[in-house]
Design a protein around this ligand. Structure first.
Ligand code: FES
Length: 201
């Protein structure tokens, strides 16, 4: 397992087909993750600056994300508002923009950090492999990381995404398809054990 300081995987690259906006959380921060038509990945606060509607129920159109409620559009990369349907001839004020987070796509995973000091930490160098399905666990990230270390599972590199209080997601990159099949069931057993241990406390 590799512990990454500050940066965490929040989606798989394959979670971002054209037009789709993927919803997740990191350290309690709701996130909308999407890919522009040109392939740029965006990780934004899941909240439209107009009336606070979740971006994740919107749609990615070309290189913009369109909010579901009043169809305001926001640019990939900058998050700047580009179009307000009620005022089609006016350029939106520069202050109207989505809250964006830094993003790196590596190893088939999308990485970001939401802490205020964006300069801290780095995304680990990971070997190419097979991205494992994300496994939600109703336990804190530190507990899940400790259990993964103790389990000494081989054949993959694991990362833990701290979702919110007491909730995590195990993500991983398996060495190959054979390792993937073995690890899927091992991780499922680990999840059940962790959640069962918690239930009897
Ligand atoms: S709430 Fe998003 S455009 Fe109005």
């Amino acid at each position: 397992m590799i512990a990454s300081i500050g940066w965490h995987p929040v989606a798989a690259s394959s979670d971002l087909p054209t037009g789709h906006v993927y919803q997740t959380q990191l350290e309690g921060q709701a996130l909308a993750v999407w890919r522009s038509a040109e392939g740029e990945v965006n990780v934004w606060e899941d909240r439209c600056p107009h009336r606070g509607v979740r971006f994740s129920i919107g749609v990615a159109v070309g290189n913009e994300l369109q909010c579901q409620y009043h169809a305001w559009r926001f640019a990939s990369g900058s998050g700047a508002c580009t179009h307000i349907p009620a005022h089609p001839t006016q350029k939106p004020a520069a202050v109207i923009r989505a809250t964006i987070f830094p993003v790196i796509e590596r190893g088939g995973l999308v990485w970001t950090r939401v802490a205020e000091d964006h300069s801290e930490g780095t995304v680990p160098l990971v070997r190419d492999g097979v991205v494992m399905r994300a496994l939600p666990v109703n336990r804190p990230a530190a507990t899940v990381e400790a259990a993964l270390l103790a389990a000494e599972l081989t054949g993959a590199t694991f990362f833990v995404q701290p979702l919110a209080e007491g909730q995590s997601v195990i993500r991983g990159i398996a060495r190959d398809e054979a390792s993937l099949r073995t690890l899927d069931s091992a991780l499922e057993r680990l999840r059940r054990q962790l959640e069962a241990d918690h239930a009897v406390i």
